[in-house]
Design a binder for this molecule. Structure first.
Ligand code: NAP
Ligand code: MG
Length: 462
């Protein structure tokens, strides 16, 4: 795809009012691969007006017709799956196989799920003498990060379209080309002009203008807790709805009866995938003291195998931040069993797959989201101790439990303060609600729960 020197507003590519530009860099070789506009306050306003104008028509479109457009959008993404994977690899740095399977495959599955849900969701229900209408909330401002660039766009735009909302998207500055590809797919799917609008730009400029815009009814944000907190405050001040998908420090709890080798190997893979840039990554592995040394050895060996198979981090800034955390882990007394802060290559923003043992819950590397290929392994005494450690962070996004059987693992999972738990390696489900307890966020994405975020209810009494 050739980058567009324009914004997608009201059904067409239009030059930005702002003259500012974002240079897109390939993190594997540090070369500039494209330039896109950095939209300003005026551009955001133009896009919000277009969305507002398109809203009544789209909201009144029968759900079955909206479902048809979503199916066409899914088909447009399928037709461009290779191009999507290549683009994500170029601007995020993920290995081609991962880009195909996850960065292209997952959003296609999610778009498909909303094509079905739009057709089958009960937008009206009866309760006593009332008819309850689930109506679109209105104009949605979507602000997305770079780590799963297309998935995070589709996880907001698809349910918003299914609900009958109009959208303005401000994607991450590091991955705007994937967002432009998505806009092309929307165009091909034949969505009415103005229902979806794209303003590429910088967070503190375009992102902030979108979050603060008085004519946006719902702000849906995925990214750091620091920015999420600010967006939540702005939305609260304006009495508008907000959905926040924020950071995590998820626990992988290995109970004594588990298949230790499998639990450790899957756990390491979960952290290293996407170079550790996954909000739900199981970055804290909790192991019983009797199995601790064996688990550390297995994890060190598993991480060493990754060597060259993971991609770079998205930017020099992220690489420097992750290296800083690794240095801090060493300084605070954790023991390196794989990787370390040294650059594994001269060019590109690479960090070696890193594993820390002898990590205690109060260490910085056990409390803060590192967002890189860094696993911490903590020792627990008994089940109560494991639960205390698992729940002992400000986050609560995801997690895993491994035990002798599913019932034992599920019993432990019920006591965890977190939004998702995978039981004995249970696989990712794109229909399961995804979102955080505590400071990991507000609201849920995916499936019917994700659709409900974009609806508001009206009751008619008869
Ligand atoms: P971020 O700054 O929170 O970025 C997320 C999105 O918000 C981007 O589109 C960003 O634009 C935008 N943004 C930034 N400042 C804003 C503001 N004041 N008002 C409105 N929008 C704003 O996250 P990041 O800089 O990409 O990464 C920083 C850290 O966040 C990472 O190290 C990681 O710990 C965490 N993170 C978490 C997730 C997650 O899925 N939970 C995803 C990504 C990052 P720009 O792209 O221009 O900054
Ligand atoms: Mg940022």
């Amino acid at each position: 795809m050739k980058p567009h020197d324009a914004l997608y507003i009201d059904g067409a590519w239009r030059p930005a009012a702002s003259r500012d530009v974002i240079e897109v860099v390939n993190p594997a070789d540090e070369q500039v691969i494209g330039r896109v506009p950095a939209g300003g306050v005026l551009d955001v306003d133009t896009a919000v007006r277009a969305a507002r104008a398109a809203l009544p028509g789209w909201a009144a479109t029968p759900p079955a017709e909206r479902a048809g457009r979503l199916a066409a959008l899914r088909d447009a993404l399928v037709a461009r799956a290779d191009e999507i994977a290549e683009t994500v690899t170029a601007e995020l740095g993920s290995p081609p196989k991962l880009s195909q399977a996850v960065h292209a495959g997952l959003p296609i599955a999610v778009a498909g799920s909303y094509a079905e849900l739009a057709a089958t969701h009960p937008f009206e229900e009866r309760a006593g003498n009332s008819t309850i209408l689930h109506e679109p909330i209105g104009v949605v401002g979507a602000i997305t990060p770079w780590n799963y660039p297309l998935h995070q766009i589709v996880a907001k735009v698809a349910p918003a379209l299914a609900a009958g909302c109009a959208i303005v998207l401000k994607p991450a500055e590091d991955t705007p080309l994937t967002a432009q590809l998505f806009a092309e797919a929307v165009h091909e799917a034949g969505l009415p002009a103005g229902v979806f609008n794209l303003v590429t730009g910088l967070g503190p400029v375009a992102g902030q203008a979108l979050a603060e815009h008085p004519d946006v009814d719902l702000v849906s944000f995925t990214g750091s807790t620091a920015v999420g907190r600010r967006i939540g405050a702005v939305a609260g001040g304006a009495v508008k709805k907000v959905a926040l998908e924020l950071g995590g420090k998820s626990a992988n709890v290995i109970l004594p009866g588990a298949d230790l080798a499998r639990a450790v190997n899957v756990g390491v893979a979960h952290v290293m995938s996407n170079s550790g840039q996954t909000c739900s990554a199981w970055t804290r592995m909790l192991v019983h003291r009797d199995q601790y040394d064996e688990a550390v050895e297995l994890a060190g060996a598993a991480a060493a195998k990754y060597g060259d198979r993971i991609g770079p981090l998205v930017s020099a800034r992220q690489r420097d931040q992750v290296r800083g955390y690794i240095e801090q882990g060493v300084a605070e007394g954790a023991r390196l069993v794989a990787g370390g802060p040294e650059a594994p290559r001269e060019t590109g923003y690479f960090v070696a797959p890193t594993v820390f043992a002898d990590v205690t819950p109060e260490m910085t590397i056990a409390r803060e989201e590192i967002f890189g290929p860094v696993l911490t392994i903590l020792r627990y005494e008994d089940e109560e101790d494991a639960l205390r450690i698992a729940n002992g962070t400000v986050y609560g996004l995801a997690g895993a439990v491994w035990a002798a059987d599913d019932a034992e693992a599920a019993a432990f999972a019920r006591r965890m303060d977190t939004g998702q738990v995978d039981i004995n390696g249970g696989r990712f489900n794109p229909l399961a609600p995804f979102g955080g307890y505590k400071q990991s966020g507000v609201g849920r994405e995916l499936g019917t729960h994700g659709l409900a975020e974009y609806l508001q209810t009206k009751s008619l009494q008869f």
